[in-house]
Write a protein that binds this ligand. Structure first.
Ligand code: NAD
Length: 463
């Protein structure tokens, strides 16, 4: 049994390891338990980071085929070396995971490798890979075990041809025909990767739209752009089964012709990871969606046991988990810690990217709130034209009376980076006039945000 810690964190994803670092910074003796040999969680190992590596590589491959020539760069005999592309992705992940390990050392955080299981409040058993078991004792426990892919009845996952994002990050060859189930972030990002590398990609989506939760108008624009990039959408298609037949797969949709393909990517959401965590030993239960209920201090119904990230309510996003990790330990140690759930950006890293923060128009309408809209296209921005990435626009929604910015939605180049300014603006309670009167460097993509802010008041300069 280890010497008692102030805190043990179960799960070393972005929520867990960031919370551990913050607690160590504030003077606590901290342990972290992670079942995988690599730290960083789903996000780093088989999620955000490897997908971004492949998105970047596949985009360069696509551009080398169509837009390099416009820059006067001729490439004869463009060839895909998938093995090198995948190896670069692995190297990116390995380097970052190694970096998280260094951060644990630097902050004096003790690392335990194995599956963590609650035995009692403050007592965690770590089940090692070799069958060993060790006990970690701490004043408090934070559960940060993240989430896993939600399964779909009838879809027979085989860890190979019918798989999840994990398999889709490492297909050994470019599929001839990939069927993606679900037009959310995962389906569209990974569907884009393989479409750029040469696959025929069919996206099956139950709803009559893609990207639920994003601005309706921008989601429609995005769908049109993705269709031009080669993605075929079948909206209103409820998948009821997928099975393997040799090297081929058969996907069945309610009331439609089945589709034959050679790989299937299931991306219909994620579920909290709570199995085997020992919740029952301490009297914890989960809600109807498998989440652990918490109060505003992230405390579960058991004193001394806290939960953050994908295992609790709210969007399943790495940066939301990080904020909660920090707020949870700051609240415990300093008495103050807070997450502003109104300013959590949401980004889909397609080409172009889609980014959103604050309220959507649909939400404002439903709440009966009066608002004004300012929008501005990237096509009228000098930097976007120089880059050759001119599709998309910025939309700013501001309160009709106070002019306070309520939501910002971007479809366009580097939207994921641009949304940071909008997030800060909303966090500081800015008006669209505040953004409009802020000097934006020229020539930059960020000027589109300034112009959209001017457009709220009908005075955009370049349109
Ligand atoms: P999602 O919940 O975003 O989208 C799933 C889609 O599948 C929905 O549109 C849903 O209508 C559809 N669907 C459900 N059942 C279906 C059926 N039977 N047939 C056809 N369609 C069906 O899920 P996701 O894309 O798997 O992402 C999971 C989580 O991971 C989300 O919380 C997401 O925010 C997060 N994530 C975020 C990013 C990012 O921020 N870039 C990237 C990847 C994942």
């Amino acid at each position: 049994m280890s010497a008692p810690y102030d805190l043990v964190v179960i799960g070393a994803g972005p929520g867990g390891y960031i919370g551990a670092i913050r607690a160590a910074q504030l003077g606590w003796k901290v342990a972290i338990v992670e079942k995988e040999p690599q730290l960083g969680g789903t996000c780093l190992r088989v999620g955000c980071i490897p997908s971004k590596a492949l998105l970047e590589s596949s985009e360069l491959f696509a551009e080398a085929g169509h837009s390099f020539a416009q820059h006067g760069i001729r490439i004869e005999g463009r060839q895909l070396d998938l093995e090198t592309m995948l190896a670069r992705k692995v190297k990116t992940v390995d380097g970052l995971a190694e970096g998280v390990g260094q951060l644990m050392k630097k902050n004096g955080i003790d690392r335990f490798t194995g599956r963590g299981e609650l035995l009692a409040p403050g007592r965690v058993r770590v089940h090692g890979y070799d069958g060993s078991a060790e006990e970690v004792v701490a004043e408090r426990v934070i559960l940060a075990t993240g989430s896993r892919v939600a399964e779909l009845k009838g879809v027979e996952l085989d860890g190979d041809r019918i798989g999840t994002s994990t398999e889709a990050l490492a297909y050994p060859e470019v599929p001839d025909h990939l069927v993606v189930i679900g037009a959310g972030a995962i389906g569209l990002e990974l569907g884009s990767v393989w479409a750029r590398l040469g696959s025929q990609v069919t996206v099956l989506e139950y709803l009559d739209r893609i990207l639920l939760g994003f601005d309706d108008a921008l989601a429609k624009d995005a769908q049109r752009l993705f269709a031009k990039q080669g993605l075929t959408f079948r909206l209103g298609s409820r998948v009821v089964g997928a099975s393997r037949q040799g090297d081929r797969c058969l996907v069945e949709c309610d009331g439609q012709e089945p589709i034959r393909c050679d790989r299937v990517l299931l991306a219909v959401g994620r579920r909290p990871n709570t199995e085997g965590l020992g919740l029952e030993s301490v009297g914890l239960t989960t809600d109807e969606r498998g989440r652990i209920p918490i109060d505003e201090s992230f405390q579960t119904s058991v004193p001394g046991i806290f939960a953050i990230g994908d295992v609790v309510r709210g969007p399943m996003l790495a940066h939301k988990a990080e904020e909660e990790g920090i707020a949870c330990v700051e609240r415990l140690i300093t008495g103050y810690g807070h997450v502003d759930y109104d300013t959590i950006p949401n980004i889909v890293y397609t080409m172009p990217e889609i980014a959103s923060v604050g309220r959507t128009e649909a939400e404002l309408k439903e709440a009966g709130r009066k608002y004004r809209v300012g929008q501005f296209p990237f096509a009228a921005n000098g930097r976007a034209r120089a880059l050759g990435h001119t599709v998309g626009k910025v939309r700013i929604l501001a309160d009709a009376e106070t002019d306070r910015v309520l939501g910002v939605h971007i479809l366009g180049p580097r939207a994921g980076d641009l949304i940071a300014e909008a997030t800060a603006a909303i966090a500081f309670g800015a008006s669209s006039e505040d953004i409009a009167r802020t000097c934006h460097a020229h020539p930059t993509l960020a000027e589109v945000i300034k112009e959209a802010a001017l457009a709220v008041d009908g005075r955009a300069l370049h349109s």
